[in-house]
Design a protein around this ligand. Structure first.
Ligand SMILES: C[S@@+](CC[C@H](N)C(=O)[O-])C[C@H]1O[C@@H](n2cnc3c(N)ncnc32)[C@H](O)[C@@H]1O
Length: 131
């Protein structure tokens, strides 16, 4: 079975580099690169996804999670990097990013129909299964 990947990035330079590298690797048919803010693009997606990986600016994590859940198939995985945010989440740090990650972790772990763990690997990887 042949899989496809959809990526979203709002940085035009990074989008350009990604498209160039994918073309050189012969993967432009398998990987669709969308330029834009995740919060603008996610509500426009029509496909159902096996896995959604989030590694954007931290302040959008809570809203991006809410928008991602309906796009996941049952049994699909939502995965997010930086769940421990350098240890600041456990320390209850007050920065905007730390507060966003605390809100996000709480939101995902309490979400009905989602079964979630935070793997203490490097900066913390949150893995959430849609039941
Ligand atoms: C930490 S980097 C991701 C690195 C990538 N996961 C990797 O391992 O190579 C964050 C990326 O997310 C993009 N980004 C940040 N906030 C975003 C948003 N709200 N919507 C779309 N892209 C965003 C940035 O432009 C940047 O390219």
């Amino acid at each position: 079975m042949k899989g496809t990947v959809t990526t979203i990035d709002m940085n035009p330079e990074r989008v350009k580099i990604a498209r160039k590298n994918l073309a050189e690797a012969g993967l432009e048919q398998s990987v669709k690169v969308i330029e834009g803010s995740a919060l603008d693009v996610l509500p426009t997606l029509k496909d159902e996804y096996d896995m959604i990986f989030l590694d954007s600016d931290k302040d959008v994590y809570p809203d991006a999670f809410k928008m991602s859940v309906p796009l996941l198939r049952k049994g699909g995985l939502f995965v997010a990097d930086n769940a421990l945010w350098g240890g600041d989440v456990a320390k209850g740090g007050k920065s905007k990013d730390t507060q966003a990650m605390i809100k996000f972790n709480r939101m995902v772990t309490e979400a009905r129909g989602m079964s979630t763990v935070i793997v203490p690997l490097r900066d913390g990887v949150l893995v959430s299964l849609k039941e």
